[in-house]
Design a protein around this ligand. Structure first.
Ligand code: SAM
Length: 292
């Protein structure tokens, strides 16, 4: 089911004064522990919704907060599952949508839950196809990787994260910022930078600017071993990223000599470093170890 933008019902966005007033009315003073920085600029949420390209999608939004982005997404999505950990924000969201987008209220399902603990069965009848979220900063990478793991129907998404995290998520082998988040995200999806967002559009104003990361799911590499085994190699290689793989993987393999044997069997130079390896190469190393 898609929605014709020409006839789609509209929603009334939240501006700066309204964001503060709504938070006050429900007794929320934003906390750092929950990464509560609310967007109060209607142009920013319109832009995020446009770049997300989630028209006709069943969207998962993590951390809807006061509903700024939710209101921008609802006019064109098929359905939206909003997963919010703060019960006061979750309880207020249906009322906000009923008030500002009354014709769209039945497209929204609100779940009061920790996004790190949900799985597909928690959401509802529609298989989710897109993730669009201004992610809570402190758990952004674990949430993204968790949802890609437990929601196999997610085809694409757009997430807003700290600029530094956006750089890491979208880095490729050989880059200074390539690391565990980049390699693990590459297992699931092709990711690309999709713009930046200045800190001034948030309340309260954070210490850093934000970046948008767009991703499209891809077939995972098929080394013959599972994701957990491959991610163990990624973690071991980057735990000592300045060391050669022969040394960095010594404990994982049992000894540097065994690491060298596995690396050679995988066709990977034992003198290379993890930061130069593709996710396919990490997969080959895991498979070579399990092949014995
Ligand atoms: C950066 S704010 C974004 C709020 C809103 N989407 C916006 O753009 O204004 C992050 C939101 O995620 C919520 N949150 C934090 N940790 C969470 C978790 N583990 N699961 C679900 N929601 C979480 C916070 O309460 C907050 O509402």
């Amino acid at each position: 089911m898609t929605n014709d933008p020409g006839t789609a019902p509209a929603s009334r966005p939240l501006g700066p004064a309204e964001v503060r007033a709504m938070a006050g009315a429900i007794g929320v003073s934003p906390t750092k522990t929950l990464g509560q920085n609310f967007v109060h600029d209607p142009n920013t949420v319109r832009r995020i919704a446009a770049v997300a390209g989630a028209d006709g999608d069943v969207v998962v939004e993590v951390g809807p907060g006061l509903g700024s982005l939710t209101l921008a997404l609802l006019p064109t999505v098929q359905h939206l599952y909003a997963v919010e950990i703060d019960p006061r924000l979750a309880a207020a969201l249906p009322g906000t949508v009923a008030d500002r987008a009354p014709d769209l209220a039945d497209r929204l399902t609100v779940l009061t839950a920790d996004a790190l603990r949900i799985d597909a069965g928690d959401l509802g009848p529609y298989p989710p196809t897109a993730l669009v979220a201004n992610l809570p900063y402190n758990v952004a990478v674990p949430v993204l990787l968790h949802l890609l793991a437990v929601l196999p129907t997610l085809r694409h998404g757009l997430v807003m994260v700290q600029q530094e995290v956006a750089d890491r998520l979208t880095a490729g082998p050989g880059s200074r910022t390539y690391g565990v988040p980049s390699a693990k995200l590459a297992w699931y999806a092709a990711a690309r930078p999709a713009g930046s967002v200045p800190r001034a559009v948030f309340w309260p104003v954070p210490n850093v600017d934000s970046g948008l990361v767009a991703f499209t799911r891809r077939e995972p590499p098929s080394p013959g071993v599972g994701r957990t085994a491959v991610f163990e190699v990624v973690d071991a290689a980057f735990a000592q990223r300045r060391k050669t793989l022969r040394a960095a993987l010594g404990r994982w393999a049992g000894s540097p000599a065994e690491a060298e044997r596995v690396l050679r069997a995988a066709g990977v130079d034992p003198g290379a470093r993890g930061e130069s390896l593709t996710i396919e190469e990490f997969g080959r190393i895991a498979a070579a170890r399990h092949a014995g």
